[in-house]
Design a protein. Sequence first.
Length: 335
Amino acid sequence: MTNHLAFMQRAIALSESACGRTAPNPIVGAVIVATDGTVIAEGFHDRAISNDHAEVVALKSAGDRAKSATMYVTLEPCNHTGTTGPCTQAIINAGIKTVVYAVSDPNTVAAGGAATLTAAGIQVIAGVGTDEAAHSNRAWLTKIIQGRPFITWKVAATLDGKVAAADGTSKWITNEASRADVQKVRRSVDAIMVGTQTVIADDPHLIPRDDVKATNPLRIVCGTQELPKGAKVFDGAASTKVITSKDLKVVAAELLATGANHILLESGPTLATAMLQAGMLDELMLYQGASVLGAGKSFVADLGVTTVDSAIGLTRISTETFGDDVKSIYRIASK
């Protein structure tokens, strides 16, 4: 019996290797398997390399060997002509016998791939590894379904939730290993966002501190305070977009217009709390250093919550440790 899930999990892993390099398109991975169960070819979408979708990358690698093979793909093959032609036609032309996909395409412009493939006589199996693939591609799916980018709120805090001491110092609350992990996270997103107050107070560069030679994520600064002309966010290391509005509906529209799928929010508590209250934050990525300050600045401002029953709910997705530090990712309950 064919282990569909194992091949799909490989396709998901391939898709994730291009996180931060596909926007405005989704991350997608594809695996082509021969009738005897051997892998013929693999591919994933990476706009830094080409506009080819994952299916086409894999088909080009497979060549004539794709005939009568099975293709595993994390997202329903697209059925429209955009920057490239429809993947459905490429699959049909290659002679693929069976297509197994994880997540149906919610984009009305590109949807309908399964029906087109079925009409061409190709066996289509849907829903293999759906939950895992949907989580992996949650940023793009959120953008398509909710009309705004997926936003992860990144916080580095003490065990008692402080991001700075009473004197304003904050370096370093977390250890070197945690800070190195943050650079990997920065490299995997499309944009890094802060408020104007963070730029004025800390003058952050908002660039991944690593040796990767790639286009850096877009920098987004939101707020109405005047910014120093010599701020690091205005150097040539990456593009920077300034959103001069406190109206979060305007902010959401501006964020969508960037084309970003996944934004990492690294702001202070004022902007983050406002976005949390507005239901604009999807995840909390919390790095907890092994220390307690007692006094100081909390990572979240007053939410107006007066009883436990009114608390904003969180669901833990994962936890890992970096020495004495703990990194936890939580899904934030929808409002």
